[in-house]
Ligand binder design. Structure first.
Ligand SMILES: C[S@@+](CC[C@H](N)C(=O)[O-])C[C@H]1O[C@@H](n2cnc3c(N)ncnc32)[C@H](O)[C@@H]1O
Length: 237
């Protein structure tokens, strides 16, 4: 597995999982709130926000090294000091690298929809993984989501609306600050329909989605009991 790399304004750092969860305040000192974007692509949104809002700290997660390099190069060239990126697989990063409940806003724009049934499990929004995304959101914070893949968008909306302790709203029209990412700008120009959502966890949010809970716990108990990979373990029996 490729290592997870943290790119800071001052340089790149290879992560040692022994140091996780990451001490974010030590990576980008300051007291400003955090915003996270998962799958930032060329990083148009993060770069703009980091330049506009120096009092907020931004963290991007992206699997493609070339995109991490593009954003890092642009940010360093412009002297941006409030942006860090992690190159790594998002679910791995969420499960193993980041602390919980630290982000004022989590942004996910045009994530890969993985439409083939055999690939569904790679989705960021799935009953067994949605808790990892929502776990980033601090009390009083929110998740922003957009997709042009309306079938997947409908599933994500249903998944979020059925997550106990989460309030979900559709955004009518474009975001108040306009097109946020490269994909969004391109799709607006092409006249594609886009589904935009915001979700707000309440104080008494559930830890797991009811449909994913058992699968997540099977994973945990398999790990804890040291069962060989792939051997199913039932919970509560
Ligand atoms: C369709 S692009 C959207 C890029 C950007 N959000 C935008 O709206 O312009 C999806 C992005 O997610 C990244 N990505 C896909 N799977 C990922 C994963 N498992 N972990 C982290 N990033 C991922 C891809 O490399 C790509 O940059």
């Amino acid at each position: 597995m490729k290592p997870v790399t943290l790119a800071l304004p001052s340089g790149d750092v290879g992560l040692d999982f022994g140091d996780c969860p990451l001490d974010l305040d030590a990576t980008l000192p300051g007291s400003g709130p955090w915003e996270v974007e998962i799958g930032f692509g060329k990083g148009r949104y993060l770069l703009r926000r980091a330049l506009e809002d120096s009092g907020t700290r931004f963290l991007g997660i992206e699997i493609a090294l070339k995109y991490q390099r593009i954003l890092t190069r642009r940010a360093r060239r412009r002297g941006v000091g409030n942006l860090a990126t992690l190159r790594g697989e998002a679910l791995l990063v969420l499960a193993s690298v980041l602390p919980r409940h630290f982000a004022r806003t989590v942004h996910v724009y045009f994530p890969d929809p993985w439409p083939k049934a055999r690939h569904n499990r790679r989705r960021l929004f799935d009953p067994e993984s949605v808790d990892l995304v929502l776990d980033l959101v601090a009390p009083g914070g929110k998740l922003c989501f957009a997709t042009d893949f309306l079938e997947y968008g409908a599933l994500v909306e249903e998944l979020l609306r059925s997550f106990p302790g989460l309030d979900v709203q559709r955004i009518d029209g474009v975001w108040p600050d306009g097109a946020r990412t490269n994909y969004e700008a391109k799709y607006i120009e092409e006249g594609r329909e886009i589904l935009r959502l915001e979700a707000f966890p309440r104080a008494e949010r559930a830890a797991f989605h009811p449909r994913g809970r058992e699968g997540v716990l099977v994973g945990y108990s398999t790990e804890l009991e040291g069962e060989p990979e792939g051997v199913p373990t039932t919970v509560g029996s």
